[in-house]
Design a protein around this ligand. Structure first.
Ligand code: MG
Length: 266
């Protein structure tokens, strides 16, 4: 199943995304948020609407998470490019919900920073409450689906502050979307690519994670309960770099689509 959130006549809706003549379109509205389906997304009731092409819809961030958990340095080549050791355990941080930005939204480089970087990532959307799953239990039933996330980072503040709250948490630093799909398999490997003004800057594959999604989800859920709708930003491959006002950032995850956001100065 693939779904998005969008605005229509001043109201927000969840839309089922289907391919019509090769073009992704919203044909039906989901009457229950998929995060409230408790894993039974196929059983959700829907209502037909006049078809809206996905690229013409007023998209919103596809979920409303209680928290966004980030994993730092989860690709060897990215840890190396910043001169960091490969971590022995997942390195976690938060992004606040106030940082969320819709597909097509504008990232505002904050005045408090002189260097803001893109970080294209695969994002996990949790579908079922997850608290300390026992070792060996399959974590896949806890996953509702996957989307694209740009873990926009004020690199200078990250170095200066120690804690990453400002660096990873400023307003607009968390573009997410355009849709959530359960039709890809990160364990088998999916491509993650970032382009700036059309030029390819990052090309990774989830096969190259240092910590698999099993390890990441288990590690997080040992400490904190994951709720439906919560997001996990799974780390970025090598090739991070700064953006300036006027740049257009595109994060593509194979089988999901492209998350596109432009940049301005605050
Ligand atoms: Mg990141």
């Amino acid at each position: 199943m693939r779904y998005c959130r969008f605005q229509l006549n001043g109201q927000s809706h969840y839309g089922l995304v289907e391919s019509v003549a090769g073009r992704d379109s919203i044909l039906r509205i989901l009457l229950t948020p998929p995060e409230e389906s408790d894993g039974d997304v196929e059983g959700l009731r829907t209502r037909r609407i006049e078809p809206i092409p996905l690229d013409e819809a007023a998209l919103l961030p596809p979920v409303r998470p209680s928290k966004i958990v980030g994993v730092g340095r989860n690709y060897r080549d990215h840890a190396a490019e910043l001169g960091n050791e490969v971590p022995k355990e997942p390195l976690l941080f938060f992004k606040p919900s106030s940082a969320l930005l819709a597909p097509g939204g504008v990232v505002r480089r904050p005045k408090i920073s002189e260097r803001v970087d893109y970080e294209g990532e695969l994002c996990v959307v949790i579908g079922k409450t997850c608290h300390q799953p026992p070792d060996g239990e399959d974590v896949r039933p806890y996953i509702l689906g996957y989307t694209c996330l740009n873990d926009v980072t004020a690199r200078d503040l990250q170095k200066k502050d120690g804690q990453w709250a400002r660096a990873k948490g400023f307003d607009t630093s968390c573009p997410v979307g355009p849709l959530v799909t359960d039709e890809i398999d990160p364990w088998a490997g999916v491509g993650v690519e970032t382009r700036i003004n059309g030029a390819v800057k990052q090309q990774g594959n989830t096969r190259d994670f240092i910590f698999s999604l099993d390890v990441v989800i288990r590690y997080i859920a040992q400490a904190m309960t994951l709720f439906p709708g919560d997001l996990i930003a799974t780390g970025t491959p090598a090739g991070v770099g700064p953006v300036v006002a006027g740049d257009v950032m595109e994060v593509s995850v194979e089988g999901v689509g492209t998350l596109r956001n432009s940049v301005v100065d605050e």
